[in-house]
Design a protein around this ligand. Structure first.
Ligand code: NIG
Ligand code: FE
Length: 410
């Protein structure tokens, strides 16, 4: 076994690599370690061919071709950020400033980004999205879902999805983000477009169908039409719901078998019970909380404790977008969840990794058990509590995706 120099770029060349000297390893597998996070102290992790080959205590390390020394630091699964809108052009910092002086957030601000996005060249859209993806990687995110939704015509939505598909497998068709100005007098006609020609053009580039089910966007009936049309085209459903009020989004998401309902800022007791019930007997619907949005729109935070205590599955995601929340930092979302939503540091980290994987119906990411993808983050910290404890301080030393270094240096 040789010791690799610290600049070694990949865990997959040489063929097997050991990350040794890990102060705390988060596996997210309670059978491999302590508690919800399946944590192992004084641990090591072996990677082979882009997958986790072995995890365990340092006393039992297997032999590998090369070795990296974690020097007592904490290793966690890469974050699984299941909600973003990074294909866009334009800037809405003035809108944020106005909100901080008391103006409320409304769905209508989306139209400003639609106008700027339509006017942008393909290269600009791809350039911005690529830069934001790298920003996410540098902060520990290794899986990122990306939505369309700022094009709102057949050609523009397809274009957005082609850009998204260059960057991720987790692409989401969100033609039903808002009714565009040219359909202001005919919202039903726009739903016909979304569920007809737009869906035909976009489905080949998408894994998911999404709808913004909210006052000012799409009502329950229109939202149901959008989701079921997408499902008939082989797309899986997810929903933006209960962001601005306790509307029908959660109820709808559960009833169509959506993988996730995102925002959940305003929930009725029935919503909480329905989400918990949905995961009792199957995959069910994950409650994906987006505390960066509630921060950036001065809303109350979702009642994560009610969801967790009822037995619902909770994920945390960024919702990175130019309007309601322009952060790409999952660590910031974790800090908000811990400080403002009373999630424990363990619950918050689980929600941002394993929870995100559940929300994307993925079993290969969000954990570090043998067989999982080698999506790994080495923190500049001795344990996971630092993610919230040192809020606002960058703590990512190195990030690997499929065993290849995508950010930092170990
Ligand atoms: O998830 N809620 C709807 N869509 C985005 C916001 C988009 C925007 O304001 O541009 C969200 O918050
Ligand atoms: Fe969103």
């Amino acid at each position: 076994m040789t010791t690799t120099d610290f600049g070694s770029a990949a865990l997959s060349t040489p063929r097997s690599v050991l990350i040794d000297g890990i102060g705390m390893l988060v596996t997210n597998d309670p059978e491999l370690g302590e508690g919800l996070l399946g944590a192992i102290d004084d641990a090591a992790l072996a990677v082979e061919d882009g997958r986790v080959a072995w995890v365990g205590p340092r006393s039992r390390v297997p032999s590998t071709d090369a070795r990296i020394d974690a020097a007592g630091r904490c290793v966690i699964p890469g974050f699984v950020d299941s909600h973003s809108h990074i294909v866009f052009a334009g800037d809405r910092s003035q809108e944020f400033g106005a909100r901080m002086s008391g103006r409320p957030y409304t769905a209508g601000g989306i139209r400003a980004t639609v106008a700027a996005t339509r006017a942008a060249a393909d290269t600009e859209l791809l350039g911005t999205a690529t830069r934001l993806l790298r920003e996410c990687n540098a902060q520990g995110t290794t899986t990122l879902e990306i939505k369309s939704g700022y094009g709102l015509s057949v050609a523009e939505e397809e274009r957005a999805l082609r850009v998204a598909a260059r960057l991720t497998d987790e692409t989401t068709f969100l033609g039903a983000h808002i009714v565009p100005p040219e359909y202001a007098d005919d919202p039903g006609g726009y739903v016909d477009l979304v569920t007809g020609p737009m869906l035909e053009a976009c489905a080949p580039h998408a894994r998911w169908i999404d709808v913004f089910c909210e006052r000012g966007a799409f009502d329950e009936e229109a939202s149901r039409r959008v989701l079921t049309a997408g499902q008939r085209h082989g797309l899986l459903a997810r929903v933006h719901g209960n962001q601005l009020e306790a509307g029908p989004g959660v109820r709808l998401a559960v009833s169509v078998g959506a993988a996730s309902v995102d925002h959940c800022t305003h929930l009725s007791p029935e919503d909480v019970a329905a989400l918990a019930e949905s995961v009792r007997d199957g995959e069910g619907t994950v409650a994906t909380l987006l505390p960066g949005v509630d921060f950036s729109t001065r809303q109350p935070y979702p009642d994560a404790r009610a969801l967790l205590d009822a037995g619902a599955v909770v994920a945390l995601a960024s919702d990175c977008n130019p309007g309601s929340c322009f952060t790409s930092s999952i660590a910031f979302c974790i800090a908000l969840a811990v400080r403002e939503m009373r999630m424990t540091p363990e619950e918050a980290l689980w929600a941002a990794t394993a929870g995100g994987a559940r929300a994307l119906r993925r079993t290969d990411v969000g954990h570090l058990a043998p067989g999982a993808r080698a999506d790994i983050t080495l923190l500049n910290a001795p344990n996971h509590v630092y993610l919230a404890y040192r809020a606002g301080v960058p703590q990512t030393a190195a990030v690997w995706k499929n065993g290849a270094l995508v950010a930092g240096r170990p």
